[in-house]
Design a protein around this ligand. Structure first.
Ligand code: SAH
Ligand code: SF4
Ligand code: F3S
Length: 451
């Protein structure tokens, strides 16, 4: 502890405090948890207030321009806090750190260290360098697996639902996307490590695990003498007693193999919800995006998945205004959405990202992007509301995750990942209970305990 205090250079009495702010995808949420656990192991306490922190880590996202800009405005705010609190260390982690590296130090003098997503196990050593007056930058993709070198989570209890990263990186190189550059090549964690981590989570009260990867269904983990795909991993995890629900995200259409589709029909613990981004409905645009699948291929795939698991709820990601997208191309995106019927979806205006192939192409004007996004979102939210409304009158198994907003209420998730609110006591937390759905709203359901 004394050593850790010295490292961060703070003179405050009591334990050092760490504040982590997380942007972007679930992978960052998981990474932040792992960094927190590793630093708690070294004597840090956690705080929600950056103003009282000795170390502030921003775990950043580079996916769209707005996401990256947020980081610099946050650093502006932190600079004022740091002026009032000498010795405060500001570290930037995540995908902006990876993309901009040492440039960040030049642009924002308040930053003390920059660490890319594959180098988190080097954080303790980097903090020692900060204490010596250095401003370290680590953006290599080291050969070692960062997770093997990060202290395990020592918390005795966990909330009922947890993330677990099993795959990282991307080899797909969609023409719009920074992820292959910020996260590196595809790699999968060995089956035994994933299983051990899942068992440890279940022992701490976890009942639902969401397996994470940038292309999680490209998972191929070492398993004894051979290799296993995601379906094999899911089947193995399903044998863990006490684990009640398994989910995975994000999957790529080209990696949905027959075994994984079959698992959706066979593995009861695998929840009937699938986030399967298609991005666009025009083959011309899909080709320009380097997606390597067609709209028709995607629709056939959905048919096969629905044949295996008829009630599966689908979610997706869409980009409007990709360079070269015409009104006719966009109409095909709307037609694809009509054909699929999504339970939920995310949609974005194309944002040119430095270093990606599409950034240099002729851009669709901003007002056209805005108008297309509004039309797409109107259709997607109508589908989402219809899906929500179709639950009313049904009894759904709900995993109760936490206390509700109001006294005497609890909140959980349906198999289709919908938030469900009901009257109940804290004793229900961590249990899967039948809930009769009485009312629906665009983003949540309300019901009563059915048994
Ligand atoms: N690995 C996942 C998701 C990656 S990023 C996949 O392959 O589907 C999450 C979503 O952000 C993408 O699915 C895409 O819809 C969106 N996105 C990525 N780059 C973008 C960009 N440059 N502009 C707008 N949206 C983008
Ligand atoms: Fe990005 Fe495409 Fe890889 Fe997804 S598959 S992370 S969208 S490059
Ligand atoms: Fe963002 Fe990096 Fe995730 S760019 S979406 S935090 S992989």
């Amino acid at each position: 502890m004394a050593e850790a205090r010295q490292q961060a250079g703070a003179g405050t009495p009591g334990p050092l405090r760490l504040h982590v702010k997380t942007y972007g995808c679930q992978m960052n949420v998981y990474d932040s948890e792992r960094m927190e656990a590793a630093l708690v192991e070294r004597g840090y306490g956690l705080t929600d207030d950056p103003g009282e922190a000795d170390l502030v880590l921003l775990n950043t996202c580079h996916i769209r321009e707005k996401a990256a800009e947020k980081v610099y405005s946050e650093i502006g705010r932190l600079r004022a806090l740091k002026a009032a609190r000498p010795g405060m260390v500001i570290g930037v982690a995540g995908c902006v750190a990876q993309a901009e590296g040492a440039e960040m130090l030049a642009r924002a003098p308040a930053i003390d260290l920059v660490v890319g997503p594959q180098a988190y196990h080097r954080l303790p050593a980097m903090l020692e360098r900060v204490a010596r007056g250095e401003r370290p930058v680590e953006t290599d993709f080291p050969a070692e697996d960062k997770f093997d070198h990060l202290a395990p989570d020592a918390r005795p209890r966990r909330a009922p639902s947890a993330f677990l990263t099993v795959q990282e990186g991307c080899d797909k190189f969609c023409a719009f996307c920074v992820v292959p550059y910020t996260r590196g090549a595809e790699m999968s964690r060995p089956v035994a490590r994933v299983v051990a981590e899942a068992e440890a989570l279940v022992a701490k009260g976890v009942r639902e695990i969401t397996l994470l990867g940038q292309n999680v269904n490209a998972y191929h983990g070492a398993d004894g003498s051979g290799e296993t795909g995601l379906a094999g991993l899911v089947r193995r995890l399903a044998t863990i007693e006490g684990l009640e629900r398994i989910r995975y995200t994000t999957s790529h259409p080209n990696d949905m193999d027959d075994d994984l589709i079959a698992a959706h029909g066979e593995v009861e613990k695998l929840m009937p919800y699938l986030h399967l981004p298609v991005q666009a409905g025009s083959d011309r645009v899909l080709k320009a995006m380097n997606r390597k699948h067609t709209a028709e291929g995607y629709l056939r795939l959905i048919e096969r998945i629905r044949a295996a698991r008829p009630d599966i709820a689908l979610s997706g990601d869409f980009i409007v205004g990709f360079p070269g997208e015409t009104e006719a191309d966009f109409a095909q995106t709307l037609a694809l959405v009509e054909a699929v019927g999504y339970a939920q979806a995310y949609s974005f205006k194309y944002s040119p990202r430095p270093g990606t192939p599409a950034a240099g192409r002729e851009q669709v004007p901003e007002p056209v992007k805005a108008e297309r996004l509004a039309r797409l979102q109107a259709l997607l939210s109508a589908q989402q509301q219809a899906f929500q409304a179709s639950m009313v009158g049904r009894t759904l198994p709900v995993l109760i995750e936490k206390r509700g907003r109001e006294a005497g209420q609890v909140a959980g998730r349906s198999p289709y990942l919908q938030a469900v609110h009901l009257e109940g006591t804290e004793a229900l937390i961590g249990r899967v209970v039948p809930v009769r759905i009485a009312a629906s709203a665009p983003n949540s359901l309300a019901g009563v305990l059915a048994a």
